[in-house]
Design a protein around this ligand. Structure first.
Ligand SMILES: *[C@@H]1O[C@H](CO)[C@@H](O)[C@H](O)[C@H]1NC(C)=O
Ligand SMILES: *[C@@H]1O[C@H](CO)[C@@H](O)[C@H](O)[C@H]1NC(C)=O
Ligand SMILES: *[C@@H]1O[C@H](CO)[C@@H](O)[C@H](O)[C@H]1NC(C)=O
Ligand SMILES: *[C@@H]1O[C@H](CO)[C@@H](O)[C@H](O)[C@H]1NC(C)=O
Ligand SMILES: *[C@@H]1O[C@H](CO)[C@@H](O)[C@H](O)[C@H]1NC(C)=O
Length: 405
């Protein structure tokens, strides 16, 4: 039994590596990053095997065949129609990143929210859904307008429109830019296939119901990821995206004084950690908007804007005791081991035996195991497909559907 799981795992790894290695990179800019990702990925095999046999190696074998995966994507889809497309995305991202390191985390979150709802179709970027003035769009549902980075996608799109008008979809731009942002933040490289089409619709109600929430318990989190075809192991690795960026105070505040309507703090937070989180995040919505807020909807908005800039990172602040080399290593998992998860949903990974075992495994090496799993889970996520079979379009403005007349 264990032997066959291990054999399945080894076969799957060989297949995956040969797929990865056979992809020829037309321009070679990312080759170095890719090579370093694959060579470091070979080191922790012992860890991986123990992870695989404890978590059920069959996840690896079946994942490429699961439903809801876009099979019509190609490597370098724009090689004829816009050969410079991927280079342009990469160099524009490098420019943005040099000014604004937080772009990587912003796009990663945008991309996740996009792919989770009806596939990676740039539906999350829409301001208006084909004349639907209902405001029933994902942007406004997805945890309360706290997504950021739209302007960076628009900037990349603008550069591309100047070179090859109307060719490169916003969905592909987001997928490529997210990957490039991860690499810039010293995360792992993974190949991104292209040829996505942009949706004409946005899906507010699905976003509200199906995006995992910061205060979800482990059962809910695993369920919502499994609906999208992710195994427990892939779920735990994807949450490792929290290694970079800040967790907004608006999500942390919910644990500080009135957790889930109890009128008390989240009982799973230690007193000393609660104090730290309160120091950064507990202003009862008033500290940074000093003036007495206007009544009505503006009030909520002001609070959101001001608190939107504050937050706590896993990287550095939480783990000064952990030697830190790069953004994408084991900070997140080390923090969870210490009970210092910033979101309830993060810390819940320790409340389930299987996910806790994965957290311990990811925290136990130099980050290589996590990085390889994360890269593979991101490849899988970037292929999530809309169920509605609509042909889609290539938007010119990423926030507006094309008027089809
Ligand atoms: C992102 O970084 C830029 C510059 O480094 C900063 O001005 C901006 O406030 C940051 N945004 C957020 C949401 O933290
Ligand atoms: C407004 O939203 C409701 C439910 O979300 C939907 O049934 C209705 O068709 C929408 N209105 C327009 C004009 O699309
Ligand atoms: C914020 O999100 C919650 C559910 O996550 C929803 O009930 C609420 O209406 C949203 N608020 C706004 C202002 O969008
Ligand atoms: C998780 O949350 C769901 C929905 O609130 C609840 O039904 C379930 O009992 C919770 N599970 C645990 C283990 O707390
Ligand atoms: C925030 O409100 C809670 C309960 O209302 C109170 O105990 C706490 O002292 C307040 N914190 C600040 C910083 O005002």
């Amino acid at each position: 039994m264990t032997m066959s799981i291990m054999r399945g795992f080894v076969v799957a790894m060989v297949v995956i590596f040969s797929v990865l290695l056979s992809l020829n990179n037309p321009r070679g800019e990312s080759e170095r990053a890719f090579l370093s990702a694959s060579s470091s990925a070979q080191e922790p095999l012992v860890n991986l095997v123990s992870l695989a046999s404890s978590d059920g190696g069959q996840d690896f074998v079946t994942e490429e065949m699961s439903d809801g995966v876009q099979s019509d994507l190609e490597y370098d889809f724009y090689r004829e129609t816009c050969p410079e497309a991927e280079t342009i995305v990469r160099s524009t991202m490098a420019q943005i990143y040099s000014q604004q390191k937080n772009v990587s985390a912003q796009l990663l979150r945008l991309f996740f929210h996009d792919c989770f709802i009806q596939g990676c179709d740039a539906s999350v970027l829409l301001d208006d859904s084909n004349g639907n003035k209902n405001h029933s769009i994902e942007k406004q549902a997805v945890p309360n307008k706290t997504l950021k980075g739209f302007e960076n996608v628009d900037l990349i799109k603008e550069v591309l429109e100047n070179v090859c008008p109307g060719v490169v979809s916003c969905a592909d731009i987001l997928a490529l830019a997210t990957r490039d942002g991860i690499v810039l933040a010293d995360g792992p490289f993974y190949p991104v296939f292209t040829g996505r089409r942009d949706s004409t619709m946005s899906y507010h109600d699905e976003a509200l119901a199906e995006i995992p929430k910061p205060d979800d318990n482990i059962t809910q989190t695993l369920h919502l990821f499994s609906v999208r075809g992710f195994s427990d192991r892939e779920t735990v690795s994807l949450l490792g995206a929290h290694n970079i960026g800040k967790i907004g105070c608006e999500f942390i505040q919910a644990r500080l004084n009135n957790f889930k309507g109890t009128g008390k703090p989240d009982p799973t937070v230690s007193p000393s950690f609660l104090k730290e989180m309160r120091f950064v995040c507990d202003d009862n919505g008033t500290r940074s908007s000093q003036k007495s807020p206007a009544p009505g909807p503006t009030r909520g908005l002001m609070r959101e804007r001001s608190s939107g800039l504050r937050g706590m990172p896993y990287f550095q602040q939480l783990s000064s005791s952990v030697p830190s080399g790069r953004g994408f290593d084991t900070h997140y998992y080390q923090s969870l081991l210490k009970g210092r998860g910033l979101l309830f949903a993060d810390q819940q990974l320790m409340a389930n035996e299987r996910t806790a075992r994965l957290v311990r495994a990811y925290a136990s090496d130099d980050g290589s195991t996590f990085r390889m799993d994360f890269a593979r889970a991101m490849m899988k996520m970037s292929k999530l497909k809309a169920a509605n079979g609509s042909p889609g379009q290539v938007r010119v403005d990423c926030s507006l559907p094309l008027q089809t007349s």
